[in-house]
Design a protein around this ligand. Sequence first.
Ligand code: SF4
Ligand code: SF4
Length: 371
Amino acid sequence: MQPAFASKHPNDMAQAAPNPSIRPRELFAAWGRILTGNAPMLSIEITRECPLSCQGCYAYGDSHLGGGVTLSELNDLRGDDLVEGVLGLVRKHKPLHVSLVGGEPMVRHRELGRILPALSKMGVFALVVTSGVIAIPAEWMELPRVRVAVSVDGLPEDHDVRRKPATYERILKNIEGREINVHWVIMRPMLERAGYLEEYVRFWSARPEVDRIWVSVYTPQIGEQSREMLTREDRETLARELPALALRYPKLLFNKGIGEALLHPPKNPDDCVFAKMSANYSADFETRVEPCVFGGAPDCSQCGCSASSGLHWIRSIKVAGPVKIDHFISGSVKIGLMMNRLRARAARPGRWDPTGSAPKPKSNDLVQIQS
Ligand code: SF4
Ligand code: SF4
């Protein structure tokens, strides 16, 4: 489950409308967070529990914890402790955007029913990323700055096998009358049948509940060999076909720039804007997920994260002559780092420190979140 800053969590500053869109004011606010040495995004695994057992889920694997404890062994929180834990992290990091993931975050829907209104009142954008196995409360739709993303891994022939019991039938029932975004992770088998991409986009575009369709592609761990992994040719196919589909189906959030970014992902976490902009916690609210929301040792050269691709694309945009947005981002991170050095108790991600002098995570501090 992945957060997507640019798409789903469209950040609205128009306080009146629920589920607003990002505006220049928000972007400048995010820049301000970086300048003061803070990550503008926060991702929290709010529970270690999940009623599903998806093929390919590595959230519960041994290696997800960097070889220490597993996610299912962490002490997660419930009730008041969970509510206060989330709000405490938000008060500490002061992010603009919080992604609430799992496990399956909706198993804690009662606590979310208290957390989301509180975040909304604090002016923080919140994104709940769910498999859709549990009905989404209708009252959440009225909350400004709150968005729900449902992970739908392909057409039923793929999704209903991988995500059972969160099948198409169940998801459609659980989102009825709501407004959601669909998050689609494309894997290699989906590119083997002609017309698959359009069939998927046409189906979800036609659903009145769907506001946006976000696309990621499968991101492997370093050294992984699996049938889900895309080849270079697969990525070229997506970079060519998805922008054309987005023109015909406006709910699909994709353009040529994002396609280019998929072909040229960041070289490593230090080269990744998204990794630098997000602080990530696992279910005990102490263990940090590094170097990004994937945790473990993700293969950046095959990164398919939609948020990472979008930001990687943005950084390449020229604003004046040879000057790119990347120059502002790099400069801002350096200023933020300097600001952090001036403060005794900075809460920046350790990866911001190019000298490596930032506190190293304990061996069991490395956790992975599945995409
Ligand atoms: S992929 Fe997500 S929904 Fe599936 S088992 Fe893993 S945590 Fe649960
Ligand atoms: S896998 Fe690498 S490039 Fe992708 S989001 Fe993580 S750190 Fe960034």
